[in-house]
Design a protein around this ligand. Structure first.
Ligand SMILES: [Fe+2]
Length: 345
């Protein structure tokens, strides 16, 4: 019998040491919509997303990712996940209904120790009359046209000290391991996974973590409709004093046009478009070689990722000091990041 437990990556909690600036940037530059505020968190969603929230900005001492939320494929599936993980070191437990969501089961990946949560019941966005789309009923609201207009959450990329171990764990919950990049045979430096056959090639990506730390994150990605929208996004970022870190370019693994920037809290955000849809349930993992110009990362094999692109948050202590020094001596970055550790060099 085949099984799909998870229907989609539903939300990511972004920790920000500058939550007010992060939220303002997410709304005015990234184009997200605010759903609600509660406690130390602000709940946001893309203009075309039906669910309550896809990005939860929570105040914290350093940039990073908190909880990673998955909606299940049916009402009984959170219980199936809970039973499957019962008695393991990965099990965390149930939480009662919380902002916009019903009962939720939490667990951690065995090696990266990232905190995940699965749920079925979730509030749908209800647009007030002035925000309703006058024609398209499959849209929760009319197109906002604000900032880059990020449409919906796409994926999250996280370092782990044991890529193979965490890949095997995610596969136990139904993820397909779609592609990987090696620097030499058997030494993976990037892997993509997806929880179902509906989205593109990945909603989760893993990179190795040599820091000795756990629970770190590399970036969170949202989508826009067209590849040209990514180029326009680059212009909008520049016009709003947001330095571009990497791109636009095309990743060979999933053929998406990518663009990476840092939000004001210091965390890396990706906006992308295009790509192909891998619907093959029996897909066998493809392997790219970094030594071959790393076409998985850069389709045209003519651009390397810049220094600092492998930074993930929270930064290790020594690296944080280096980045802080670099940020305050870099005129281009000073106005955007101030004296905060975690800015790009
Ligand atoms: Fe990405």
């Amino acid at each position: 019998m085949s099984e799909i437990l998870l229907s989609q990556l539903a939300h990511v909690e972004l920790i920000s040491p500058k939550p007010d600036k992060t939220v303002e940037w997410m709304k005015e530059v990234f184009g997200l919509e605010e759903t609600t505020r509660e406690g130390q968190s602000v709940y946001l969603r893309g203009w075309a997303e039906w669910l309550h929230s896809s990005l939860i900005v929570t105040e914290g001492p350093e940039p990073g990712v908190g909880r990673i939320g998955w909606r299940t494929y049916g009402p009984e599936d959170p219980e199936i996940v809970a039973k499957r993980l019962a008695g393991t070191e990965e099990a965390v437990g149930w939480v009662d209904a919380w902002t916009g969501h019903g009962a939720t089961y939490r667990y951690r990946a065995p090696h990266g120790r990232h905190l995940h949560e699965v749920f079925w019941d979730v509030e749908r966005y209800q647009a007030p009359p002035e925000k309703r789309d006058p024609v398209l009923e499959n849209r929760p609201q009319r197109f906002s046209g604000r900032g880059i207009g990020a449409r919906y959450l796409d994926h999250v990329t996280m370092p782990t000290r044991n890529m193979r171990g965490d890949i095997d764990f995610y596969r136990r919950l139904g993820a397909r391991h779609t592609a990987q990049t090696e620097v030499e045979p058997g030494f993976e430096v990037f892997s993509t996974l997806t929880c179902n056959g509906i989205r593109s090639t990945h909603d989760l990506a893993l990179v190795p973590d040599f820091s000795g730390m756990t629970g770190r994150a590399h970036h969170v990605a949202f989508r826009v409709d067209q590849r040209q929208d990514v180029e326009r996004a680059a212009e909008i970022f520049l016009a709003n004093d947001t330095p571009i870190e990497f791109g636009p370019g095309i990743h060979g693994i999933d053929e998406i046009t990518y663009l990476y920037v840092r939000e004001p809290g210091g965390f890396r955000m990706e906006i992308n478009a295009g790509g192909w849809v891998n619907t093959m349930p029996d897909w066998e993992t493809t392997t790219y070689q970094a030594a071959d110009g790393n076409p998985g990362q850069n389709l045209w094999r003519n651009v390397d990722a810049p220094d600092g692109f492998h930074d993930a948050w929270p930064l290790p202590a020594g690296q944080a000091a280096d980045r802080q020094h670099a940020a305050v001596t870099d005129e281009r970055m000073r106005g955007f990041f101030g004296d905060q550790a975690g800015g790009p060099r």
